[in-house]
Write a protein that binds this ligand. Structure first.
Ligand code: NCD
Ligand code: ZN
Length: 348
């Protein structure tokens, strides 16, 4: 049995940091785990312009611990108002890495997202031309479609046509939750990748619904049945470079999670690397952890792999019950429980 593992420092290719006091509460957790992160723009109001994103990035840097080397790479919020000048500016700025597509109404703070996907085809063409990757929240919002089928339907209705039409556009299917999403990415043309969260690799829908409703296990896309989780694990641990880590760590105030209408998002940032390591350990695939956590995403985004190394050891550690103060209190996954692995050291 392997009891410790050393790999290049990992990156988080899908992260929500929020703003203001919540940003202050959470950013140090990601910085202690990851070297870089793709930061999502679903603020209120959303960050739809490069300048808004760069201002937000400055607030993130200001909220970091003094000695932190954490490098936030920003994703621009796609609206039908985006013009080519903005895309060209984003593509040429090293602090901006992608554009994020939210179908309107699909998830938290997505009201300003896209209603008619056909209407953004000219924008996708500019992105293809300027080589700016498209990150996709892959769920339909059609009220006729069962919530457990929304990812699968999105692939057929919307993502396949996009991938077929813009053959040079790099596309990431974010937070894949189904065997269909995995198969889509595996079979797609080159330039198509997918992120996987720690929570979708660890939990199925029973964890949300059995023995009483578990609001801290509610996220979007919603947890699926066990067979889908097994497909995600197989993909993550396969060594296929199309798959890489994106935590989708999404903090919400405790009061808004534990509510009659609880909001979607699971907070994993404080223990994300430990959780992914546990998944790979359980699948006897620790030899593939480094590719998934530290290489595949950097290679997809054509960025250098991180220098330095991080060492984890097998050592059960308790998880805090909550972080932050008052209205900003946030409950992490595994609150009051245990992690099987611990970060021992990290160098840059
Ligand atoms: C995210 C959030 O809270 O911003 N929520 C979630 O359940 N994943 C939005 C998202 O990525 O869908
Ligand atoms: Zn997200």
């Amino acid at each position: 049995m392997t009891d410790s593992i050393t790999i290049s420092p990992p990156d988080d290719w899908h992260l929500h940091l929020r703003d203001g006091p919540m940003l202050e509460t959470v950013v140090g957790h990601s910085a202690s785990q990851f070297t870089r992160a793709m930061v999502m723009p679903n603020l209120v109001p959303p960050a739809t312009q490069c300048q808004q994103l760069l201002d937000y990035r400055q607030r993130i840097l200001a909220a970091l611990p003094d000695d932190s080397q954490f490098n936030p790479i920003m994703a621009l919020y796609l609206t039908d108002q985006l013009d080519e000048a903005e895309i060209s500016e984003a593509a040429s700025n090293p602090h901006i890495g992608a554009v994020k597509l939210y179908p309107a109404g699909a998830t938290t703070n997505s009201d300003a997202g896209i209603g008619d996907l056909q209407a953004i085809y000219p924008i996708l063409e500019w992105m293809e031309k300027h080589d700016l990757p498209l990150l996709v929240h892959g769920e339909v919002t059609d009220p006729e479609i069962d919530i457990f089928d929304r990812e699968t339907v999105f692939l057929e209705r919307h993502l396949q046509p996009i991938v077929d039409t813009f053959t040079n556009l790099r596309v990431v299917l974010e937070h894949i939750t189904t065997a269909h999403g995995i198969a889509f990415v595996e079979q797609a043309r080159s330039g198509v990748g997918g992120t996987l969260t720690a929570h979708h690799l660890l939990l199925n829908r029973n964890h949300m619904l059995v023995g009483g409703i578990q609001p801290h296990h509610y996220c979007l896309p919603v947890l699926k049945r066990e067979s889908h989780r097994q497909a995600l694990i197989a993909a993550a641990t396969s060594g296929n470079p199309r798959f890489f880590a994106g935590t989708d760590s999404a903090p919400h105030p405790k009061s808004e999670k534990e509510s009659a209408c609880g909001c979607a998002g699971i907070y994993t940032a404080p223990i994300a690397v430990e959780l992914y390591t546990e998944v790979f350990d359980n699948a006897n695939s620790l030899n593939r952890l480094e590719g998934f956590l530290s290489h595949h995403g950097a290679d997809f985004y054509r960025l250098p792999r991180n220098p330095g190394e991080i060492t984890l050891q097998r050592n059960p550690c308790p998880v805090e019950r909550e972080f932050g103060q008052d209205e900003q209190r946030v409950v992490p996954l595994r609150a009051g429980g245990w992690c099987q692995w611990q970060i021992l050291s990290r160098t840059n």
